[in-house]
Design a protein around this ligand. Structure first.
Ligand SMILES: [Mg+2]
Length: 383
């Protein structure tokens, strides 16, 4: 199929009516996503694991499933699930410790394949990326053709399968790659965009997390169609800046560009308190869920860092940061927590209350030598 300028009519009409920002008209965007990536790598490298329910992650008490094979998913095992829960759902589940060095190697192979087709690659994690193939390096007319070739090349090179979503913007491409998983492909044309979103439960929208979905449900918003019925001011009032994004994606419109140099420089989480804190014990307690959040991301993606930074915002909005770096990548949540606690002790005695605490991990293993932009894109994990 062709994503030329032909037939942008539906979304164009909506844009004209609603005064949307100018569209990057006629783009061809792919979202390529490896199937059960970590688990598939383990099954590839160890024939004993093939056809069996496998979870990559720690089986210990506080372990979390980083990835589950499709055999495990049949039992309801999901990534980010506590290992104890996963084991209960699937008693025959085999836990395999992660080998992030291998995943990173495969990830580099996949990126090299992407780079043969376009320089516009925006990785979301080790195993998925957006590709803008509007002007692809092979001069292929059809985005679906690019997707097919990329998937075939990935399989030939790595022995692993990938799924792809093909559409005219990032949001729809991302939603599309999930449609025919595993080892599948799905195309959402400009004609289909709005209708595709209509029936989708808001919890399935990329960019709408469980907490936001719950909040939307409380407001009577369950599907894309419900979301679309809300006015822009209403969504902005209820959800802030991101409300604008919700407004447009509910119409299948997303004009965000594919940003090739968005390498994560840091992973951070923070929380603003309803009352200013004065006691170190209260602050230590508040750091626990913040560190959990940071580590959960590390666990799920294999991202590791060397530097822990504590951010403190005082009642008068003065802000300070304190950092500590380790010589090696930090491999456990407890280390991040004890470094954060140590940094916290350093801000005492206090002269004023604390309204916000944040913890950021940087010096990440995702960084490459050439990525030296002044503006560091940060993944913020809302609490
Ligand atoms: Mg994946």
């Amino acid at each position: 199929m062709d994503f030329g300028l032909r037939d942008m009519s539906a979304s164009q009409a909506i844009r004209d009516l609603q005064g949307a920002p100018p569209a990057h008209g006629g783009r061809k965007i792919l979202h390529v996503d490896m199937d059960a990536f970590f688990a598939s790598v383990e099954q590839r490298d160890n024939p004993d694991l093939r056809g069996k329910p496998v979870a990559v992650g720690g089986s210990r008490e506080r372990g979390v499933v980083a990835a589950a094979s499709y055999e495990a998913r049949k039992f309801g095992v999901r990534s980010a699930m506590p290992s104890v829960t996963a084991q209960r759902l699937c008693p025959s589940l085999i836990f395999v410790p992660p080998r992030f060095d291998v995943y990173r190697e495969v990830s580099a192979q996949i990126r090299a394949i992407f780079a043969e087709y376009t320089p516009l690659i925006e990785p979301l994690s080790l195993d998925e990326a957006y590709l803008d193939v509007t002007e692809n390096l092979k001069g292929l007319t059809y985005a679906t053709q690019v997707a097919k070739e990329v998937r075939r090349r990935i399989f030939e090179t790595t022995g692993l399968t990938a799924s792809a979503g093909v559409s005219f913007n990032k949001f729809l491409a991302k939603m599309a790659s999930d449609q025919n998983k595993p080892n599948g492909m799905f195309v959402i044309t400009p004609d289909m965009g709005a209708a595709f979103v209509e029936t989708l439960p808001v919890g399935r929208f990329h960019g709408i997390g469980p907490a936001t979905a719950r909040k939307m449900n409380e407001l009577g918003i369950f599907t894309g169609a419900d979301l679309r019925r809300q006015t822009l001011p209403f969504l902005q009032e209820r959800f802030g800046k991101v409300g604008t994004h919700y407004y447009w994606i509910s119409r299948g419109i997303d004009n965000r560009a594919v940003c090739p140099d968005r390498v994560r420089k840091s992973v951070g989480a923070e929380n603003t308190f309803s009352v200013d804190l004065m006691e170190i014990e209260d602050m230590r307690a508040e750091l626990v869920p913040i560190v959990d959040k940071v580590w959960k991301y590390c666990d799920g993606t294999g991202v590791r860092g060397r530097t822990v930074t504590l951010k403190v915002k005082y009642a008068d909005f003065q802000q300070i940061t304190r950092s500590r770096s380790m010589s090696d990548e930090i491999e456990s949540k407890d280390i991040i927590r004890s470094l954060s606690d140590e940094l916290l002790e350093g801000i005492f005695p206090l002269e004023k209350g604390v309204r916000l605490l944040g913890v950021t991990l940087s010096g990440l293993n995702t960084e490459t030598d050439e990525s030296e932009e002044e503006e560091s894109p940060q993944l913020s994990l809302g609490l």
